[in-house]
Design a protein. Structure first.
Lengths: 72, 637
C-alpha cells in the first residue's frame, strides 16, 4: 500500500534526513521525500496499520529534524 | 513571503542595524574607548538575534546524534571566531548565512508557486443543474452521467461529452497548444481546458479522481519522487562530505600547530607566542568550515530538475521523473512507430489519376456508390467528396466481397473497387505507381481512372526529424507493420535514416532489443509511439515516449514521457529541455564545487579570511539557485 502525505520542512538536506528516518521506521517498506513538492510518499509493509505507522514516522522525523511537520 | 520568512527578514534587518556600528567600533574606525568586554557583550545581541535558531538546531542535532549538518558547521565556525576575538567576522558569517537561507527559501517557494501556476488546471468547482437552477458544487461530488454547465471563462471541471452548445476551448494548459479548439455538441471535452466563448452543457463521463486534470496533476506531483542519478549522487555526497570537512577542519586546527611546536618551525618568527600559533590555525579551520557548507549544490540540483519538469509540463510534455529527464538528455537513437506518430493514421484521398471526366465528378460517383458502406476506405471517399450525400440517388447496390461495389448513381452504372473488380466487369484498369490504396472507378462500363488513398504525413514530421538531427540524435528508425513500399516512401519523405517494414507487433520488441545493443556507452535509445498496441515496446526502450496520449490510460501507464498532443516536433523539444536542464545541473555542480575547492585551499594556506569564505558560500548559493531557475524557461527552445 502506498500513500502520499504533505510535509513541511525548510531545507533540502533536512528532507533527506526525514526520508532516512521514515525509512527506518517499523512498518515502512520504502519512502521518498520530495523537498520540491513537499510530499512524502510512503510504501507500507503488508498488514501495517498506516495511521499508527505514520505517528511513529512523524515522531522519528521530528527527532532528526525538529523543525518539520508531517500532515497525517 | 510566508510568516517564517518575514520573521527571519526582520531579524536580519535589526541585526544588521546593530552590527554595522559595532563593526566600525571593533575595527577601531570609530573611537569610543569602550573596553573589549563591552564590545563583546554588545556583539552578542545581533549574533543571538539572528543566529539563535541555528545554535538551537546544532545543539538538538548533537543531542539526537545527527551531528554533522549545516547548522553545526556554522555554529562551530562562528563560535570559534568569536572565542578567538574575531567578533565582527563571527557575527557577519552568521548574518550572511541567514541572508543566504532566506534567499534560498524564498526562491524555492517562489518556483514552487510558479510551477503550480503553470500547471493550474485543477478545477475549483462544477456547476450542476438541478430543477432548472445552477448550483456550484465540489467537482468531487459530481456523479458520472450528471449534466454540468460550463460558462465562458470557466475551467472544464470533469471529462465529458457536450450535450448542447458550442464554443472554443483553450487547451494550452493541457497540451501546450495555443490555438483554441472548436467544439460543438457530441464532442468529447477534457477537464482542465478553459471554455472561452459559449455556454456548454456537458454530460460527465468520469469521476473527478479519474478525470484528465486529476491524472495529469497526480503525474506531475509524483514526478519529483523518482530521483535522478545526479540527485542521488548529491545526497550521498552530502552524507560523507560534511563529516569529512569537519574532520579536515579539526586536522587543520591541530596538526600544523602541534607540528610547529614539536619542531620549533616558525616559532618566535611567524608566531610570537604559542597562543598566536593556535589562534591562527583554529581561525583557518573555522574559515574552512564556513566555505565547506554544501547548501549551494544540495539545493540547486533538485531545484533544477523540478523547474525543468515544470517547464516541460507547461509545454505539454509530461516527464514522469527526474531520472527520465536525465536519460532523455542522453538519447542518440530513436525508434518511431509509423501510424499515428509520423503519419496521422487516418486515410485520405491524396490523388485522382487518368480520369476522363471531371475529378470532382469522379469523386462524387465514388462517394455515392460507397455511401452504404462504413469501411474506412468508403468513409475517406465520402469525406473527400465533402458534400451531403443523398442515398436516394443510389440504386441497385451490389457489394462484391473482396472486390468492391457496383451500383447505379443517378441511373448511371458505377463500379468502384480494386483491380479484381475491374477484371470482373471486363474493364481494363491502369496500374498506379503511387503508394497507397488504389480505388479504380468504371462509369457506364468505361474505365474512368483511379483514386489514390493514403495515410497523410503529419505536418511537422519532416521538420521534427531535422530538428532531432540538430539536437544530436544520430539515428532515427521507423518501425511499421506496413508494406515495404509504403515504409520506404514515408522514410524518404520525412528524412528518417532507417526503417523496418512488415513487422508483426512482437517483431517490434526484437527490433528495439537490437537497437539497444547498438547503443554504445552513454547512448540511450527512445521509442516513440501513439500508445496503441505498443505498450511492451514503450517499456522495453530506455525511454518510452507516448504521444497524443491524452485519454489513453495504457499509454500513460507504460510511457516514461507523455506528449499531450501529437505534434512530433515536441520530441525534439523534450530532448532540448532535458539537455538544457542537465547542462544547468552540471554547470552548478562544477561551479559550486570548483569555487569551494579553490576557497578551501586558499583558507588552508591562510589567504582566504572569513569574509571571503562567507561571501563565497552565500554568493555561490545565490548564483546556483538563480541558474537553476533558468530551467523553467523552455518556451523558446
Amino acid at each position: 500500500m502506498k500513500k502520499s502525505y504533505k510535509i513541511d520542512v525548510d531545507c533540502a538536506a533536512c528532507a533527506e534526513k526525514m526520508e532516512d528516518a521514515a525509512k527506518k521506521t517499523e512498518g515502512v517498506k520504502d519512502c521518498t521525500v520530495s523537498f520540491m513538492t513537499l510530499k512524502m510518499k510512503v510504501e507500507f509493509e503488508d498488514g501495517a496499520d498506516a495511521s499508527e505507522v505514520m505517528q511513529n514516522v512523524r515522531t522519528n522525523c521530528k527527532k532528526v529534524e525538529d523543525d518539520c511537520e508531517v500532515f497525517i | 513571503m510566508n510568516k517564517k520568512q518575514k520573521n527571519l527578514l526582520i531579524r536580519i534587518i535589526i541585526a544588521a542595524v546593530f552590527f554595522v556600528p559595532l563593526y566600525l567600533i571593533s575595527e577601531g574606525i570609530v573611537e569610543t574607548g569602550l573596553p573589549k568586554i563591552a564590545v563583546f557583550a554588545m556583539f552578542l545581541i545581533p549574533y543571538l538575534l539572528v543566529g539563535h535558531d541555528i545554535l538551537r538546531k546544532a545543539f538538538l542535532g548533537i543531542k539526537n546524534k545527527q551531528v554533522f549538518d549545516e547548522s553545526f558547521l556554522m555554529t562551530i565556525a562562528t563560535v570559534g571566531a568569536i572565542v578567538l576575538g574575531e567578533y565582527g567576522e563571527g557575527v557577519a558569517v552568521m548574518l550572511l548565512y541567514q541572508v543566504g537561507e532566506l534567499f534560498q527559501s524564498y526562491a524555492v517557494g517562489k518556483s514552487r508557486k510558479n510551477i503550480s501556476e503553470l500547471m493550474d488546471i485543477r478545477p475549483d468547482y462544477a456547476n450542476i443543474e438541478e430543477d432548472g437552477e445552477i448550483k456550484k458544487v465540489d467537482p468531487d461530488e459530481v456523479e458520472v452521467g450528471s449534466i454540468i454547465v460550463v460558462q465562458p471563462g470557466e475551467k472544464v471541471p470533469l471529462d465529458g461529452v457536450i450535450v448542447e452548445g458550442s464554443s472554443a476551448l483553450n487547451t494550452s494548459a493541457l497540451t501546450g497548444e495555443s490555438k483554441p479548439r472548436e467544439v460543438a455538441a457530441d464532442d468529447e471535452i477534457l477537464s482542465g481546458s478553459i471554455n472561452m466563448s459559449g455556454v456548454l452543457r456537458v454530460r460527465t463521463t468520469t469521476e473527478f479522481d479519474e478525470s484528465t486534470a486529476s491524472k495529469i496533476l497526480d503525474l506531475v506531483e509524483n514526478a519529483a519522487s523518482r530521483k535522478s542519478k545526479s540527485e542521488n549522487f548529491i545526497s550521498k555526497f552530502a552524507k560523507y562530505y560534511t563529516p569529512l570537512v569537519c574532520y579536515a577542519a579539526l586536522a587543520l586546527a591541530l596538526i600544523p600547530p602541534i607540528f610547529c611546536m614539536a619542531t620549533g618551525f616558525g616559532m618566535g618568527s611567524t608566531y610570537a607566542t604559542v597562543g598566536a600559533l593556535w589562534g591562527d590555525w583554529v581561525l583557518r579551520a573555522c574559515t574552512f568550515l564556513v566555505i565547506s557548507c554544501p547548501c549551494a549544490v544540495v539545493i540547486s540540483i533538485p531545484l533544477s530538475f523540478f523547474a525543468g519538469i515544470g517547464g516541460a509540463s507547461n509545454q505539454g510534455i509530461l516527464v514522469k521523473g527526474s531520472n527520465y529527464l536525465e536519460t532523455l538528455s542522453e538519447v542518440r537513437v530513436i525508434a518511431f512507430d509509423k501510424t499515428g506518430t509520423i503519419t496521422n493514421g487516418n486515410f485520405v484521398v491524396t490523388d485522382v489519376h487518368h480520369s476522363p471526366i471531371d475529378e470532382k465528378k469522379l469523386q462524387e460517383y465514388a462517394a455515392l456508390a460507397e455511401c452504404h458502406s462504413s469501411h474506412p476506405i468508403s468513409r475517406s471517399l465520402q469525406t473527400a467528396y465533402g458534400k451531403k450525400i443523398d442515398p436516394s440517388r443510389v440504386t441497385d447496390v451490389e457489394e462484391i466481397s473482396g472486390h468492391g461495389i457496383i451500383a447505379r448513381v443517378d441511373g448511371v452504372k458505377v463500379a468502384v473497387g480494386n483491380e479484381k473488380l475491374m477484371a470482373h466487369i471486363g474493364v481494363e484498369s491502369r496500374p498506379c505507381h503511387h503508394v497507397g490504396t488504389i480505388i479504380h472507378v468504371a462509369v457506364d462500363g468505361g474505365y474512368s481512372g483511379h483514386i489514390v488513398i493514403s495515410d497523410e504525413l503529419k505536418e511537422n514530421s519532416k521538420e521534427a526529424m531535422s530538428e532531432l538531427k540538430k539536437a544530436g540524435v544520430r539515428k532515427t528508425v521507423m518501425l511499421t507493420g506496413d508494406a515495404e513500399r509504403v515504409a520506404n516512401k514515408v522514410a524518404e519523405q520525412v528524412g528518417i535514416t532507417d526503417y523496418r517494414a512488415e513487422l508483426l507487433p512482437s517483431d517490434k520488441v526484437d527490433c528495439v532489443e537490437e537497437l539497444l545493443k547498438e547503443c554504445s556507452g552513454n547512448e540511450r535509445m527512445a521509442f516513440v509511439g501513439d500508445g496503441i498496441n505498443d505498450a511492451p515496446v514503450l517499456s522495453r526502450a530506455d525511454i518510452g515516449i507516448a504521444m497524443g496520449a491524452l485519454g489513453s490510460d495504457a499509454a500513460i501507464e507504460a510511457a516514461d514521457i507523455v506528449l499531450m498532443d501529437d505534434d512530433p516536433l515536441k520530441i525534439a523539444k523534450a530532448i532540448k529541455i532535458s539537455r538544457k536542464c542537465l547542462g544547468i545541473v552540471k554547470q552548478n555542480i562544477a561551479f559550486a564545487l570548483g569555487v569551494k575547492i579553490l576557497c578551501l585551499l586558499l583558507a588552508a594556506i591562510g589567504i582566504a579570511n572569513m569574509w571571503i569564505a562567507i561571501i563565497a558560500d552565500v554568493g555561490v548559493m545565490i548564483l546556483a539557485v538563480l541558474n537553476a531557475i533558468r530551467c523553467l524557461f523552455v518556451k523558446n527552445l
